[in-house]
Design a protein around this ligand. Structure first.
Ligand code: HEM
Length: 152
């Protein structure tokens, strides 16, 4: 009888250990748990919307690259940028626009254009108090796009 109880106790202990392991395996890891931290640092959708609206305003006033917007559908560009930045920061959106190569290939953009645009975006993020850790996370996602967007 004693042996039987010991067996049951061991079985229960093993089952509990398995359960605990399964919980650990399926519970969100640190990355998943914090995956929308950058999105939250931007202030969620309203924050991103404000940053992009300000960014487009700053871009339109920037003599280095304002000409690039003269034939653009700025409203459409704005809503696609909001989608794209929401997705890139880990927020709930799926970018539905053209890929970066197709969207920019006819423009003959230079590195200087890219750098000017990145500066304008930083101004817009500063203006809205986006913490620098979140700014850097986003800029790190945009940087690899440069070699596709810049063709001159
Ligand atoms: C990381 C950098 C950049 C990102 C993330 C980006 C993102 C985008 C997105 C999402 C679109 C919309 C695509 C579509 O029409 O389906 C777009 C279009 C466009 N981008 Fe960029 N872009 C970048 C760099 C640049 C630069 C450096 C310039 C010029 C200075 C530029 C000028 C434009 C213009 C003029 C349009 C087209 C708007 C239109 O056809 O109505 N972009 N970009």
């Amino acid at each position: 009888m004693k042996r039987m109880l010991t067996m049951i106790a061991l079985t229960v202990t093993a089952a509990l250990a398995n359960f605990a392991n399964a919980q650990t395996a399926t519970s969100p890891d640190t990355n998943t748990a914090t995956s929308d931290a950058v999105f939250q640092d931007f202030g969620g959708k309203p924050g991103i919307s404000k940053v992009i609206d300000d960014f487009l305003g700053i871009w339109q006033e920037d003599p280095r690259i304002s000409d690039k917007l003269k034939d653009a559908d700025v409203e459409r560009l704005g809503s696609l940028l909001k989608e794209q930045i929401t997705q890139l920061t880990g927020g709930p959106a799926v970018y539905s626009g053209r890929d970066m190569k197709t969207a920019h290939q006819a423009m003959g953009l230079h590195n200087a254009d890219f750098n000017a645009l990145a500066e304008d975006l930083q101004h817009a993020m500063d203006k809205n108090g986006v913490p620098s850790r979140a700014q850097n996370k986003l800029l790190a996602k945009l940087a690899p796009m440069e070699h596709v967007i810049v063709t001159k």
